[in-house]
Ligand binder design. Structure first.
Ligand code: GRF
Length: 205
């Protein structure tokens, strides 16, 4: 098994993935449900969070999935925080990092060993409206369409190579809540399907 400095660990059977989340965890819940249903092409072996009190952590705990939730302020710096995560990822044989509402930029400690093995979901049609409050940005811009992007993760804020996008219409009488609900519903279909495709393409070496 290769160590974390040489790329993600090799896998036996379906590739192992970790979901990173900081908030509600509705996307995480989809991965929990699909992996439990039995025919998903990956194993959810760890949930990582920077917010021990968030709902995503509660969802993982009640599903019996191992959780690694630590406040970054308990560490001397970001590299130390991420080194501790890296050890947990390796201990759980994780090959893929699936970011789902994780509200931190990854640093080189995680990006380098997992390069090309990290994906994210973002609630806009990137490159439009990167960063925080993408749904609010779209409403303020007055666009007729926004949507969802699944993309690989690099050093930047939502700048990695896009894998898939889906469009969501903005209605003239939309409230922020109604638009967010439709976008989330699209995410819940698109994200696990795209991650499944990516995992099926993993040569496990
Ligand atoms: C989603 O809208 C996702 O696109 C963004 O953060 C939100 C996470 O939602 N990156 P949830 O925590 O999965 O409910």
């Amino acid at each position: 098994m290769s160590g974390p400095t040489n790329g993600p660990p090799e896998s036996v059977g379906a590739p192992a993935f970790a979901v990173f989340a900081s908030g509600d965890g509705s996307n995480l819940q989809r991965f929990i449900d699909l992996t439990r249903a039995g025919n998903y092409p990956g194993r959810l072996t760890l949930v990582v969070s920077d917010r021990p009190e968030c709902r995503a952590v509660a969802r993982a705990t009640s599903a019996g999935i191992p959780v690694r939730a630590r406040d970054p302020r308990a560490f001397p710096d970001k590299a130390a925080y991420e080194r501790a995560i890296l050890l947990a990822l390796e201990a759980h044989g994780v090959r893929w990092l699936v970011l789902a509402g994780y509200m931190r930029l990854l640093g080189p400690t995680l990006l380098e060993p997992y390069r090309d093995h990290i994906v994210n979901v973002h609630p806009s049609l990137l490159p439009a409206f990167p960063g925080k409050d993408a749904i609010g940005q779209a409403r303020r811009a007055g666009v007729m369409f926004t949507g969802v992007t699944v993309h690989y993760v690099d050093e930047g804020i939502d700048t990695g190579l896009p894998i898939a996008q889906a469009r969501v219409a903005v209605r003239p009488d939309d409230t922020a809540e109604a638009l967010a609900a439709r976008i989330h519903a699209v995410e819940h279909g698109l994200y696990p399907a795209v991650v499944a495709d990516v995992l099926r393409g993993d040569d496990l070496s």
